[in-house]
Design a protein around this ligand. Structure first.
Ligand code: GAL
Length: 845
């Protein structure tokens, strides 16, 4: 609800509130405070539903749609971190344009009538490069991050103040008429403080006082910070937070990160979290008096460029969020949560009135009942048993509770929602090749190994990578010479000596005399690597060139800023006449970055500065190759991506902008078993993609394209086949509904309680394809006892023979349709006295 509207609704309390009229308009300021029950806005306690959308992980052109879909999904608040390294790429040089236009983002949230939770950090974690810290910060003399350290505190205060002042200048805090109702300082510092002891404690106290001293007029939050000093609210992050209590009785119970699933790492499977369990976790939090819940992430988006942290965080930050990476609705998650939010909002008057009364209804069953003085009553009936249904008596009624579920009764009598009964449609998505006239025709440029003339300096010994590159590039060349005496035995026996390279990570290519001799890489869990390989050396001088590659800087962990990358050694040769030769301490020459990077081959001007190999001469499977092509933007609504399935590892640019790192050759390792929503979720449960690329598709934001002649540049490290790269569109493939005949619905309850109908209404199956699509075919429909899940439905022993009819009539040819789930619609009851449901799957084209 908009601030203006809200203020109007609260005429009674308006007198108590300071009303400010800004100079440029008439936005009404809101007072934001809190008490033990909730965040209080203009004197009114609110149950607030929030979702994280990180502005740099999408484009400004996507923001209005994302924010609108968040609002339609029942959100009140948008939460974002502020990304310091994006905003201050070099000391004192600020950047707030493009997808870093923070003010624009906050204003769009305001225009949509939503609130904002601004997590300034400026440490953000977030699987973001270096946890959001600019790399230059590390090179300020005497600095130590996130502890009681003068140089660090000075920089942190300067940036925090900069952001706060910027928001104030635009009057964006609620106290000034803006949408920002909450801020955050630091991020999950509690565990760090515990490790550091006294300096940690001194630092978090300082951070708290510094933040409060900035006078934003709205409360500050510290998440995972049990000792957050007053007036800061300490909040919980996790998959479940119902157990959490704030550190003072007068603070509200806030959940700043309800993880909607988890992030993907290159080499790891893709995590999913069932909507039923996420809804259960949220209902469980609310029934225990929770008053603010934020989905982390509501839209995860994309780690464009080199913004992914890690190391090894994938470019997609999809997170299995309610809005997918491309900004499309992820169903049933989005819809099931929307229904949950409506149910919670119906309970709001009772929820904010006082503590619940908790009654044990059985071994695993509980009722939480909230009552207000004015007579509102709301009940949450929970079955914590992951294995079986429960029949409970509550009031004068009986209720059937599916395993691991909570039913919500906004009048303490009628169930309007159960977390395990999904009324929303589910959708499967497809990636379809976009025909490009004449196909993509590629040109190539060979990067080749660095030469000594190009190296910038030579020292004895091996250097740490990040200190050498300062993250100006992922790439660092290490070069040295090895002299082989003609008397070496291996030259006759043909038994090559073995080169062993130990590296702190993250990936490594070894070239001997210009030829690729081997490749190795680590993983998020074990970034270090050792490569051992027999190498074909010749008599005389041999050049060994090691290309060490960073795959994102760490974003989390004690003193993550001190973690090393690169070839730290030892580097040895075994199997020579002398036995083992240690190369670690000899002279090494260094070059930061690639030739193609120095030439800006990714850009329009740079790419025309070299001669490219044309047409059929473009070699496949050639390491260190730049590829370029151009294409026209396709028509249509669907979001776009590049299918990089035929490629190895590298980076992609479109019209000079980086889509990010790609690495489809890194297959997802792990076990992807089944996925039962019931039972405690963690990030190891419900994995997908095992054995396939961790990430095959790479989002191409539409706003980065021109109608014609878009320049696509790919740098391939390993050697892939660019002829297998395709532009694809993302569309809804099929939509399903799976609904019980007597499934509770909110609509039903609203109609009944307003006296519009006297007997219960049946639920409806809603089917809706994507923008510009139509339902072309009903693939399956069965009213009775169908089995299976969306994509694999099959008829059960009871099936109404006219199950398809209504769908054929009402849905085919339409973009969306609704069909009432009642026997009459399907030609009569096929099996009276049996509990029936409807399963339907339709194809969208
Ligand atoms: C949290 C952290 C977030 C994010 C998340 C995992 O602990 O606060 O920034 O990193 O973990 O996705």
């Amino acid at each position: 609800m908009g601030l203006k509207k809200l203020a109007m609704r609260n005429n009674g309390v308006l007198l108590l509130v300071v009303v400010l009229f800004s100079l440029w308009g008439c936005s009404v300021s809101a007072s934001v405070s809190y008490d033990s029950k909730a965040i209080v806005i203009n004197g009114q306690r609110r149950i607030l539903i929030s979702g994280s959308i990180h502005y740099p992980r999408s484009t400004p052109e996507m923001w209005p749609d994302l924010i609108q879909k968040a609002k339609d999904g029942g959100l009140d608040v948008i939460q974002t971190y502020v990304f310091w390294n994006g905003h201050e790429p070099s000391p004192g040089k600020y950047y707030f344009e493009g997808n870093y236009d923070l003010v624009k983002f906050v204003k769009l949230v305001q225009q949509a009538g939503l609130y904002m939770h601004l997590r300034i950090g400026p440490y953000v974690c977030a699987e973001w490069n270096f946890g959001g810290f600019p790399v230059w910060l590390k090179y300020i003399p005497g600095i130590r991050f996130r502890t009681d350290n003068g140089p660090f505190k000075a920089q942190m205060e300067k940036f925090t103040r900069k952001i706060v002042n910027m928001m104030k200048a635009e009057r964006l805090f609620a106290s000034e008429g803006g949408p920002i109702i909450l801020s955050q300082i630091e991020n999950e510092y509690g565990p760090m403080e515990y490790e550091l002891g006294a300096p940690g404690k001194a630092y978090s106290n300082w951070a708290a006082h510094m933040a409060v001293g900035l006078g934003t007029g709205v409360p500050w939050v510290m998440c995972k910070q049990d000792d957050a000093p007053d007036p800061i609210i300490n909040a919980c992050n996790g998959f479940y937070c119902d157990y959490f209590s704030p550190n003072k009785a007068y603070k509200p119970k806030m959940w700043t990160e309800a993880w909607t699933a988890w992030y993907t790492e290159f080499g790891g499977p893709v995590p999913k979290r069932p909507a039923e369990d996420l809804a259960f976790a949220v209902a469980r939090f609310i029934q225990k008096g929770g008053a603010f819940i934020n989905y982390y992430m509501y839209h995860g988006g994309t780690n464009f460029g080199r913004t992914a942290g890690g190391p090894f965080i994938a470019t997609s930050y999809d997170y299995d969020a309610p809005l997918d990476e491309y900004g499309l609705l992820r169903q049933p998650k989005w819809g099931h949560l929307k229904d949950l939010h409506r149910a919670i909002k119906l309970c709001e008057p009772a929820l904010v009135s006082g503590d619940p009364t908790v009654t044990q209804l059985g071994n695993y069953e509980q009722a939480h009942v909230f009552k207000s003085k004015s007579g509102a009553c709301a009940a949450f009936l929970a079955n914590y048993n992951p294995n079986s249904f429960a029949k409970v008596s509550f009031g004068n009624m009986h209720y059937n509770l599916p395993p691991w579920s909570i039913s919500i009764l906004p009048d303490c009598e009628n169930t309007v929602y159960n977390t395990a009964r999904v009324g929303a449609q589910s959708s499967t998505m497809k990636m379809t090749r976009v025909p490009i006239h004449g196909g993509l025709s590629w040109q190539a440029y060979n990067e080749q190994t660095a030469s000594y003339e190009e190296t910038s300096f030579t020292v004895s010994g091996l250097l740490e990578q990040i200190n050498t590159t300062r993250d100006a590039s992922d790439y660092l060349w290490y070069m040295t010479d090895v002299k082989i005496d003609p008397s070496e035995e291996f030259l006759r026996s043909g038994k090559y000596p073995v080169l062993t390279v130990s590296s702190a990570g993250h990936a490594l290519h070894v070239f001997v005399n210009g030829q690729l001799a081997g490749t190795s890489y680590g993983s998020l869990e074990f970034p270090k690597l050792t490569l051992s390989k027999g190498v074909n050396l010749r008599a005389g001088i041999n050049t060994i060139a090691l290309l060490s590659i960073a795959v994102g800087l760490p974003n989390v962990g004690p003193h993550f800023e001190t973690w090393n990358a690169g070839v730290l050694g030892p580097v040895t040769l075994n199997g020579l006449n002398e036995g083992r030769r240690d190369l670690s301490w000899q002279k090494w020459s260094y070059k930061v970055g690639l030739r193609g990077e120095a030439l800006s081959l990714h850009s329009l001007t740079g790419s025309s500065s070299v001669d490219w190999i044309q047409g059929s001469l473009v070699a496949r499977k050639q390491p260190l190759t730049w590829f370029k092509t151009s294409f026209d933007a396709p028509a249509g609504y669907a979001p776009l991506a590049l299918d990089m399935g035929s490629m190895g590892k590298g980076q992609i640019w479109i019209n000079g902008q980086s889509l990010g790192r790609y690495w489809p050759a890194y297959k997802a390792q792990g076990s992807c078993g089944g996925c039962d929503y019931a039972g405690t979720y963690n990030e190891k449960k419900c994995l997908s993609n095992c054995g396939d690329a961790s990430q095959r598709w790479y989002h191409v934001p539409k706003s980065w394209l021109k109608p014609t002649g878009n320049l696509l540049v790919v740098f391939e490290e390993w050697g892939g086949d660019p002829n297998g790269v395709f532009l694809v569109r993302r569309d809804v493939d099929t939509v399903c509904a799976d609904i019980y005949e007597w499934q509770p619905t909110l609509m039903n309850w609203q109609m009944q309680s307003s006296g519009k109908v006297d007997k219960p209404l049946r639920p409806k199956a809603h089917l809706s394809c994507g923008a510009g699509q139509k339902i072309s075919k009903i693939k399956f429909a069965s009213f009775g006892t169908p089995e299976g899940a969306c994509g694999s439905f099959r008829e059960g022993s009871c099936h109404a023979h006219h199950s398809y009819d209504a769908f054929e009539r009402l849905c085919v040819g339409q973009n969306s349709c609704s069909v009432t789930v009642a026997a009459e619609m399907f030609g009569g009851d096929p099996c009276p006295s049996v509990m029936k449901k409807l399963s339907v799957e339709a194809i969208c084209t």
